[in-house]
Design a protein around this ligand. Sequence first.
Ligand code: SAH
Ligand code: SF4
Ligand code: F3S
Length: 471
Amino acid sequence: MNTKTSVISQEALQQQFAFCQKIEAYWHDRGITPTAYVETYGCQQNEADSEQLRGLLSQAGYAIQGGAEGADVVIMNTCAIREHAEQRVFGNLGALTHTKRRHPGQKIFLCGCMAGQDHVVQRIKRSYPHVDGVFSTHHLWQFPELLHRVLTTGKRTYFVEDEAGSIAEGLPQLRGNTLKAWVSIMYGCNNFCTYCIVPYVRGRERSRQPEDILAECRKLIASGCKDITLLGQNVNSYGKDLGCGVDFADLLKAISEIEGEFLIRFMTSHPRDASKKLFDTMAASPKIAKQLHLPFQSGSSRVLKAMNRHYDRETYLEKVHYAKSVMPDLVLTSDVIVGFPGETEEEFEETLSLISQVHYDSLFTFIFSPRAGTPAASMDDPTPKEEKNRRFDKLCDLQNTISERIHHSYVGKTMRCLVDGVDKDMLTARTEGGRLVRFPGDHSLIGSYRLLTITGATTWSLTGIQAEKEG
Ligand code: SAH
Ligand code: SF4
Ligand code: F3S
């Protein structure tokens, strides 16, 4: 694997923008306004990448549409985290033979994390002849060149060479939402948790320069954005590769000092690197949301060691305890894997007891899925599938009870929420901790912060009414 990080030069980017112009001219000569559709799977990192792809497409003259039917370009931005995610992509990719039959000029591309795996690329080459191009995450910034080549030569094209990864500053971005924004602060991951494919498909950890991130945030806030989520696979190791003395807590603080009414949140935090300094920084600033996604993965120290997580149950609990002590209203969420190879019933029970102890607001729950090339895929795994499903259901039942209890404790409270949309005849809003509240009100409220009194709760969401003052 190549381990050198490269910063894409402005000259190289300008060349890509020149390809955008050539593509625009290609369509202009044919008197056509082309259309494109980008379908996103997986995490927010992919959502952010799709916004850049839409930005590049739009710079090349494409109108972005909401489905594959009739589109001149279709991009599937894929996720490789679990087998199920990959199967969905292959199924949907197969279905694109029909849209292409109805619109033979359609050019179909596959990118994202699946495109970083050689066996996937080989399978596409072999069995999906209607796919015109494949590019891995490292080559996203070269999409205009790839598209131009496919358009002008008609040949299937692959930009999938293994690279440690690059940082391309200044790519256009077509954001889906003016109120809320994703801002990637770093890319890749160095942790090599034994179950996880991400370090193999997204390369080594690399941080953007703090000035670039701050400039992007300032611009977003000036244009009316009220909620910024900083993204990285492990935001707590932000800056380690830069050597400029700025760590994640410093970056958060600097962003929180920008003038304006907004909230910053972030994901994901690796518990190993989550520091007291980070929690103190969060507690000190009213502009940093009191929300923390701190994946624990397992409640058993033995399993955590086998996962290569670099913390044990006790250290994790100490960190959570500290975070809650400085932020009593903290909304805490997490990821957990059930059925890691060799997980015993007792170890599973330790996961349940950790959940009962911590009281998460909600959990993202997963059954272990072996990923080709990761160490865990070749570990002995004697637990039958049915048993893993049983554990999974038991865990979900426990968490649902806890989520419901926590949600009910909101009833009667008045909270400042950002009104962000409409759901049927109600408005939707988010609490500072990111909980969904539905309430009756006029559409003109969208985009503003409102005080809402919570009147009802279910496992998943809250209902409320507008209040006069906080209480
Ligand atoms: N970087 C983030 C996680 C990104 S992946 C972090 O470390 O917290 C999101 C979640 O998917 C992980 O937290 C893990 O719970 C789950 N996951 C990753 N690989 C998996 C696998 N092979 N099987 C099941 N779940 C997995
Ligand atoms: Fe995967 Fe672990 Fe990196 Fe998260 S920290 S992306 S789980 S290797
Ligand atoms: Fe999936 Fe890649 Fe994200 S594997 S979870 S899209 S980093």
